[in-house]
Write a protein that binds this ligand. Structure first.
Ligand SMILES: [Zn+2]
Length: 301
C-alpha cells in the first residue's frame, strides 16, 4: 500500500461533532477555573512519578507536542519508563518525575521519538505483535472504531522497533491482537499476554512492560493481571488517570501503573488541567488496583 493512502494529519481523523465541541468548551472552562483558583500550581509542588499516555503525533501535532515538552521540562525531571517503574516500586520520589508512553504502535511514533530525542526523553512504545508491519484494514480494525471508508493509520514495522531501541527507547507489549481481555478465557489470555511476551523477547530481546488494551479497569480482570506477572513482566499499566506518590516500596506484583491520557494537539491548558488534577490526589500503593484485586493477583505474597 502506498503511504499516500494513510492518514498523515490528525485533522483528517477528528470528528467535528457536537460532542467534541462541547468537550472542548467544558475543558477550557475547567482549566481556566483551575488557573484562577491556583490549582494548576499543584503540578509544580507534588513530588511523585507521573506517567503520560499518548497514541500518536501526526504531522499537524508536532509543533504542539514540542511546545508541551518544552513546558513540562521546566517543572519535571524526565525518567525513562523503566526508571519510572523502578522509582514507583522503590517509593523513590524526591522530585517531580515524568515519563512518556505510547500505545498501539502507529508509524508516527517514529516522529514522536525524534522530537523526544531533542529533549533527551526516552519513552516506552506498547505494540500489538500481530499488527507490527501490517498494512491492511484488518490490521487497523482492532485499534479504531471502524466505519466503512475510514482512512488507515500506518503501523510500525519490526525494523522501526529496532530504530526506536537504537535511539534508547523501550518497547512494551500491548498484547497480540488488541482484544478486550475481559472477553477471553484463561487460554485466550495466555495467548495474548504470554504469546506477545515470548514473541517480542524472541524478536527484539528483553521485554519488561505490559499495558492492556483500552486501559480502563472495566477492560481488565484479576486473572489477566495474575497472568501478566506470572509471564515475567516487570510492570502492568492501565490507562486510568493518576500520579504515583508512594514513599514506601511496593511489592513487585502489587503495582498497577496509572497513566494520564493526553492528545498532543490539545491546547496546553487542557493537558495541564488533567495533570494537575491527578497531582492533587496522588496515588499510594494500596489504591492502584480496584478493591479485592490485589489479593486475587497475589500481590502481597
Ligand atoms: Zn490500545
Amino acid at each position: 500500500m502506498q503511504s499516500g493512502n494513510y492518514v498523515t494529519r490528525y485533522s483528517q481523523l477528528r470528528s467535528q461533532g457536537r460532542r467534541r465541541i462541547f468537550r472542548h468548551a467544558a475543558l477550557s472552562g475547567l482549566s481556566t477555573l483551575s488557573k484562577i483558583t491556583g490549582r494548576l500550581s499543584s503540578l509544580r509542588g507534588t513530588d511523585g512519578v507521573h506517567c503520560l499516555l499518548l497514541h500518536h503525533v501526526f504531522e499537524d501535532e508536532e509543533d504542539a507536542f514540542r511546545n508541551l515538552l518544552r513546558l513540562l521540562s521546566k517543572n519535571h525531571q524526565w525518567a525513562s519508563y523503566s526508571e519510572a517503574v523502578d522509582r514507583i516500586l522503590q517509593g523513590s520520589m524526591e522530585a517531580r518525575h515524568m515519563c512518556f508512553s505510547f500505545d498501539d504502535g502507529f508509524k508516527n511514533c517514529l516522529r514522536a521519538a525524534e522530537i523526544m530525542n531533542e529533549f533527551g526523553i526516552s519513552a516506552c512504545f506498547f505494540v500489538c505483535c500481530s499488527m507490527i508491519g501490517q498494512t491492511g484494514r484488518e490490521a487497523n480494525h482492532p485499534l479504531r472504531s471502524q466505519r466503512s471508508g475510514q482512512p488507515l493509520i500506518e503501523l510500525l514495522s519490526w525494523d522501526d522497533l529496532e530504530t526506536l531501541l537504537d535511539q534508547g527507547h523501550e518497547i512494551g507489549s500491548h498484547t497480540m491482537d488488541h482484544r478486550n481481555l475481559t472477553e477471553l478465557s484463561a487460554q485466550g489470555l495466555e495467548e495474548e499476554i504470554c504469546g506477545s511476551f515470548e514473541l517480542l523477547r524472541k524478536k527484539i530481546g528483553t521485554i519488561k512492560h505490559f499495558a492492556w488494551p483500552y486501559g480502563r479497569f472495566v477492560h481488565f480482570k484479576p486473572l489477566a493481571a495474575k497472568i501478566v506477572f506470572d509471564a515475567g513482566y516487570a510492570s502492568c499499566a492501565s490507562g486510568e488517570r493518576g500520579c504515583h506518590a508512594n514513599k514506601e516500596a511496593v511489592p513487585k506484583r502489587g503495582l498497577c501503573l496509572h497513566r494520564d491520557h493526553v492528545i498532543a494537539s490539545w491546547p496546553t491548558h487542557h493537558t495541564l488541567y488533567f495533570l494537575a488534577r491527578s497531582a492533587r490526589a496522588p496515588l499510594v500503593a494500596s489504591d492502584t488496583w480496584p478493591p479485592g484485586w490485589l489479593e486475587a493477583i497475589g500481590g502481597e505474597g
